[in-house]
Design a protein around this ligand. Structure first.
Ligand code: ZN
Length: 127
């Protein structure tokens, strides 16, 4: 298996919201940071769980992954000025990729990509 940056990622309290994930090292643009895997669920099940308040589900076109039981990725916060992107992985996984060069100590963020988040967002673009 290819090495990635997962071992350098730490969970700490975040200035954005609750807990967040941060990198201890510099990560070059385009690098794979970690593999997103968890319980694979259907779209129907995803909708049901989200209605019950589960905010840890990642998806692309036809993969829904509930990351509730993961140690790190479930804590990633939203930022409109995000530094990470979620791409397809091998079967039943997604990959967290560096969208730009990320410095040591930075919080990792993605664009959650659903309408309600932008109303609650306090990032420098939304403020
Ligand atoms: Zn924002």
């Amino acid at each position: 298996m290819k090495d990635n940056f997962e071992k350098y990622i730490v969970v700490k309290s975040s200035p954005i919201h609750g807990m967040g994930i941060f990198t201890n090292v510099e990560i070059p643009e385009g690098s794979e940071i970690l593999i997103i895997s968890g319980e694979v669920i259907s779209e129907e099940e995803c909708i049901k769980r989200e209605e019950q308040g589960n905010v840890y589900i990642f998806w692309d076109e036809d993969n829904y992954i509930d990351t509730s039981n993961t140690e790190k990725i479930k804590y990633i916060n939203h930022n409109c000025d995000f530094n990470c992107d979620v791409l397809d992985g091998e079967e039943n996984t997604l990959r967290l990729i560096a969208y730009r060069n990320i410095s040591a100590g930075e919080e990792l963020t993605i664009d959650y990509g659903y309408e309600e988040i932008y109303k609650e967002c306090h990032c420098s673009i939304c403020a």
